[in-house]
Design a protein around this ligand. Structure first.
Ligand code: COA
Length: 326
């Protein structure tokens, strides 16, 4: 009896165009917007991000990351029977990016495919969802993807937000297993904070209504994030009966190095137990955790048997954590 799910492969994809802080500052200066590498690094820990070229859709990044995860898992795409794509920047209003990815991967077995919207917490929500499908017997091999083209929703006249985000995708293959795998997960949201991080626009009668750019109250987000990330980590570890000292790695959502280090310290973990890719990737929203996971798996830090706590936080307000044994 396979009562659990486990991660058997990871993959990621970054678009080729790397934009350093200096490059971004120079581009913004041409439009009269002043910023600097020094400001961005000191406030966020970000040195660079990757942006897609115009017209490159979320599904291209998602499919590229998924192919690498399938390769790592040694699984043919035809064996996948569930696709979940966490994204806030889908290709279209509908159909889902997951259906488009299914087609791009040549999966014709009519498996379930859907998008999941929990902004920067999306990957923790998606892994938890796939775990529930697998544990209930509704799926055996799931492709779980976080993919974003946030550059499409950044207002490059707003220096308080446009310097913080980037594009990218990360993916995992999850499969049914006799032993966990996913040891515990906890998800939360609080809709009272809808307005502090949002893209308050939509399509309406053939036009964009409202504002289709990302808006953020950075200070409010910062305050909430540090508190909920600690709470949900403690809650998830307790649910699994695992202590913080027993953790091999913490992978927090890669939004801001100050929030990430604060969470690490509150949990009493040494900073070298935290996987941090925010300096090189910026905040890639739902893609940030699987991107960081894949980097650390491929460079040999995260190994078979390691206990890894992944934590997301973002618009909604949403937050969640997943504890896995790799
Ligand atoms: C956004 C954030 C980096 C701002 O950092 P901060 O230290 O609070 O900075 P402040 O907002 O106090 O701004 C300080 C000054 O820098 C200025 N500033 C803002 N963006 C700037 C930029 N890109 N370059 C230069 N100066 C900038 C502000 O205008 C302000 O100037 P003022 O004091 O003259 O008004 C911080 O609030 C943050 O990280 N919030 C969480 C963001 C996040 O993680 N979001 C995603 C969650 S999923």
């Amino acid at each position: 009896m396979n009562a659990f799910s486990t991660i058997i492969g990871t993959g990621s994809y970054l678009p080729p165009r790397r934009v350093s802080n200096d490059r971004l500052a120079a581009d913004l200066a041409a439009d009269g917007i002043e910023t600097s590498d020094e400001w961005i690094v000191s406030r966020s820990g970000i040195s660079a991000r990757y942006f897609v070229d115009p017209g490159v859709p979320c599904s291209d990044l998602a499919a590229a990351a998924a192919r690498r995860a399938l390769d790592a898992a040694g699984l043919d795409a035809s064996a996948i029977d569930l696709i979940v794509v966490a994204t806030s920047t889908p290709d279209m209003v509908f159909p889902s990016t997951a259906c488009i990815v299914q087609h791009k991967l040549g999966i014709t077995n009519q498996c379930a495919a859907f998008d999941l919207q929990a902004v920067c917490s999306g990957f923790t929500y998606a892994v938890t969802t796939a775990d529930a499908f697998i544990r209930s017997g509704q799926a055996t091999n799931a492709l779980v993807i976080g993919s974003e083209v946030f550059s499409r929703i950044l207002d490059f006249r707003d220096r308080t937000t446009c310097v913080l985000f980037g594009d990218g995708a990360g993916a995992v293959v999850m499969t049914a297993a006799e032993r966990p795998g996913v040891m515990a997960s906890r998800l939360h949201s609080d809709g009272r904070h809808v307005g502090i991080l949002c893209v308050p626009g939509n399509v309406d009668h053939g036009a964009v209504s409202g504002n289709a750019f990302l808006r953020m109250d950075g200070a409010a987000v910062f305050r909430l994030a540090v508190n909920v990330l600690e709470q949900v980590a403690v809650e998830t570890l307790a649910a699994a009966g695992v202590t913080a000292e027993q953790l091999d790695w913490l992978i927090p959502h890669q939004a801001n190095i100050r929030i990430m280090q604060g969470t690490c310290r509150k949990l009493g973990l040494p900073l070298d137990k935290m996987i941090a890719t925010v300096a090189e990737h910026g905040n890639t929203s739902a893609a940030s955790i699987p991107l960081a996971l894949d980097v650390a798996v491929r460079d040999g830090r995260i190994r078979h048997g390691h206990k890894v706590l992944m934590e997301g936080v973002g618009g909604g307000f949403t937050w969640g954590a997943v504890l896995v044994e790799m």
